[in-house]
Structures are given as structure tokens and as C-alpha cells.
Write a new protein. Structure first.
Length: 249
């Protein structure tokens, strides 16, 4: 469902993504890990047609991302870390607006989605009054209205309360069981370890490791995903032992 071959993006002299090679299959949940500035969001924007590559090739759901962007957009859902919403609309109005754009005739899914995310009581309030977590729920609801084949998520549980985060994890698992390919980024190792079928570790524009947890542990030792991440990215764990305050006699 997702294929990248020698994909790269530069901004001036800075290389944000370098020679990325990646495959994600139907019904697979793939998690991309990496520190801030590693190139995760740039990768998402390349795969969702929001950025053009400097070099390389990518396809989603069988369509070239850069030659057939409209076909790709019809088949994907995308929720960025900070969703861009029309804040002078209510949540319900926004979902109906997105349904009109998508040409989605079946509107019962809007009410079901609002109920699922416990947004019924706030559905008719302006989005500008919503918390970050509530905005993310509305953005996810909008991304799922047209039943996408591929779902892209940037930090999907960021800003969500524990109940909503659990709901999100259960929903993603269910979507994968129905054949939807899920590609997400996160900083939360626990989520990646619980949910992912395969994980990629991006560091300074390079995909440093990619595989199932079993494959990564076979290569790097019987470690936790967090320890594998630290090892692959060359992070110096001893920095955690540095004193923040000078000791006085």
C-alpha cells in the first residue's frame, strides 16, 4: 500500500530525508520513530502529496504520489500533530463540510463517529473552543469519513486523555484488521511496542533500522524498543547521569 524508493527531500543545503526505501502492506501498522528533526513529518508530507521530493519515487494505494496526487488523496486519510481545522465551524458542521468535499453521501457515520469519540455534547460548539485533544478527535473523524485505504497519523495520541488514547489504539487495531494500512509517527515507545507490526527508526534523515521487534532484537540484542532506539541513534545514555546543579561544599 505504501512504497518509497530512494526518496529524498532537501531544503537548501539541509537534507531532511535521504534515500528512503520503505514498504508497508495492506492491513499493516507501521510506526516511524525518531527524535525531533529526524525527518518524520517531512516523510509524512512526501507520502501524502503535501511536499514534492527532491529525488526518488513513492506510491500509495498503487498510485504515484507525485504524478497522480488526486488519486492518492481520494484513498488516504491524514491527521497531522496539530490539525488545521476551520475553527469558526462547529465540529458537526466541519464533518459535514468534509463529507461534501469527499462526496460522501452516507452521513450516519458522522453521528456514529461523534458518539464513538464522546463528542456528542460538544458537536455543536465552535471548534475554536475545543481542547487540543478534542480537535484531534474531530480531525481523525474527518480523516475516516470516506473509509480510506491508508491512514497517516502524526503523533496520534498527543494531547489525548488516557481513555481517548486507549480508544485510539483500539480503533487503529480494528482498522488494520479490516485491511487499512496505518502509517504513524510517535515519540511514545510504549505505543510503538504495543501496536506496531514493524517499526522504522529515522535519525538525521536516514532510516537506520527497520523491521519487526523480533527482527530488531535479533540484530541488536534482546533489548526493549527504547534501548534499541538509543543504540541505533547513538544516544549517550550516560548524559542522564549529568548533574543539573553544581554541588557546593
Amino acid at each position: 500500500m505504501i512504497e518509497a524508493r530512494s526518496l529524498g527531500k532537501t531544503f537548501g543545503e539541509k537534507e531532511a530525508v535521504r534515500n528512503l526505501n520503505l514498504d508497508v502492506g495492506e492491513g499493516e501498522m507501521f510506526v516511524l520513530l525518531g527524535p525531533n528533526g529526524a525527518g518524520k513529518t517531512t516523510t509524512l508530507k512526501l507520502l501524502t502529496t503535501l511536499l514534492k521530493p527532491t529525488y526518488g519515487h513513492a506510491s500509495v494505494a498503487g498510485f504515484d504520489v507525485f504524478e497522480s496526487p488526486d488519486e492518492v488523496k481520494r484513498r488516504i486519510g491524514y491527521v497531522p500533530d496539530t490539525p488545521a481545522l476551520y475553527e469558526r465551524l462547529t465540529g458537526r458542521e466541519f464533518l459535514h463540510f468534509i463529507a461534501d468535499i469527499r462526496g460522501t453521501k452516507e452521513r450516519a457515520s458522522i453521528d456514529r463517529s461523534l458518539t464513538l469519540f464522546e463528542m456528542d455534547e460538544n458537536a455543536d460548539k465552535l471548534i475554536e473552543t475545543y481542547s487540543h485533544g478534542m480537535k484531534k478527535k474531530i480531525a481523525l473523524s474527518a480523516a475516516l469519513l470516506h473509509q480510506p485505504q491508508v491512514l497517516f497519523l502524526d503523533e496520534p495520541t498527543g494531547g489525548l486523555d488516557p481513555y481517548s488514547a486507549r480508544l485510539m489504539k483500539d480503533l487503529l487495531t480494528r482498522l488494520c484488521s479490516q485491511g487499512v494500512a496505518v502509517f504513524m509517527t510517535t515519540h511514545i515507545m510504549e505505543i510503538a511496542e504495543q501496536l506496531c507490526e514493524r517499526v522504522g527508526i529515522l535519525y538525521e534523515a536516514d532510516l537506520m533500522a527497520c523491521g519487526t521487534l523480533e527482527e530488531l532484537r535479533a540484530e541488536h540484542g534482546d533489548l526493549s524498543l527504547e534501548d534499541i532506539f538509543m543504540k541505533v541513534t547513538g544516544a549517550d545514555a550516560s548524559l542522564m547521569e549529568v548533574d543539573l546543579w553544581e554541588k557546593t561544599e
